[in-house]
Design a protein around this ligand. Structure first.
Ligand code: ATP
Length: 292
């Protein structure tokens, strides 16, 4: 199959973020585990004992995001991907099941321990424009995580500069606002902001869906390089099989709130077991396989 343009051509140079260092790859250590996650929206009519208003969107989802690995969650619109992303980030409570961060149920985390979890698991969303405060300039946007981490003001400019370099942006952009950036630049700023939190895990919710194919390839290479460099674990959420194939070590296929198949991309694309996976592959116009 044909690789998407730019995907296989020279990965963007990696520069370590200051203070991030190159983390050890700890392949066997589970960092974020979702165990039997279920989610229903809408309040039950409890006084009638009826659940007529409730709609179940996730059922019995179990997956583990490990350091240095990228797990993909693929499904069509409405399958429940963003709901799962919000649960993994601790922004939404599951109706059933448990999210474990380094072995601890995040529902029981309070105070500093909860802040540590929220810092360690960082999102990168599809809509970078919506995720960046439009009233702030890039410098203020990138200062925020450093402020939250208690980094001294005197240290912030160097860290911001290095973060910009890490995502291949020039310091000139610091004075601009999100609306004055291209989609790709905004996504890089979103990535830099997440990285400045020194996360263990990135939740990539459709991170390149809004970008043209060349910019997609650059951002995907960047994510991959940064992951190798820092040992980050990633949960990639999306619908694009070619992107998942390029980025992921393992892919789970989500159909109407249930994982119907999970495996290595070669197995999944080469010999899909479930009818829904076959349907997804067939519906994709010749997904580009990219050599790893
Ligand atoms: N706050 C909410 N209240 C009620 N229903 C919701 C809420 N959020 C999402 N849903 C419903 O849950 C289902 C799953 O939505 P979700 O956004 O998780 O899917 P998705 O796979 O991310 O879709 P897309 O790729 O289109 O963003 C959808 O039917 C949606 O309408």
């Amino acid at each position: 199959m044909t690789p998407s343009p730019g995907m296989e051509t020279g990965a963007i140079a990696c520069r370590p973020l200051p203070g991030t260092g190159a983390r050890q790859r700890r392949e066997d250590l589970a960092m974020l585990e979702l165990q039997g996650i279920g989610k229903s929206y809408g309040a039950p009519r409890s006084w009638l004992g009826s659940a007529r208003n409730q709609r179940t969107v996730l059922q019995d989802i179990s997956m583990t995001v490990r350091p240095g690995r990228t797990l993909g969650l693929i499904g069509e619109s409405g399958a429940g991907k963003s709901t799962l992303a919000r649960i993994a980030l601790g922004l939404l409570a599951p109706t059933s099941g448990t999210v474990l961060f380094d072995g601890t149920d995040v529902a029981n985390l309070r105070g500093r321990a909860r802040m540590k979890f929220r810092r360690a698991v960082q999102p990168v969303f599809q809509d970078a424009a919506g995720a960046l405060n439009p009233r702030l300039g890039v410098e203020a946007i990138l200062s925020e995580p450093l402020y939250l981490r208690g980094i001294a003001p005197s240290e912030r400019p160097d860290r911001i500069k290095a973060a910009l370099e890490a995502v291949d942006l020039v310091p000139d952009l610091l004075r601009r606002r999100p609306r004055d950036l291209s989609g790709g630049q905004r996504q890089r700023i979103g990535l830099a902001r997440a990285l400045l939190m020194e996360p263990s895990i990135l939740i990539l919710d459709e991170p390149v869906s809004a970008l043209d194919v060349l910019t997609q390839a650059q951002i995907l290479n960047l994510i991959k390089d940064l992951q190798v460099q820092t040992g980050l674990g990633c949960l990639f959420i999306g619908h694009d099989l070619a992107v998942a194939d390029f980025l992921c070590d393992e892919i789970a296929v989500l159909d109407r709130g249930r994982i119907v198949e999970q495996g290595h991309p070669n197995q999944l694309f080469g010999a899909p077991k479930h009818a829904y996976t076959r349907q997804l592959i067939k519906a994709t116009l010749r997904p580009a396989r990219v050599s790893k």
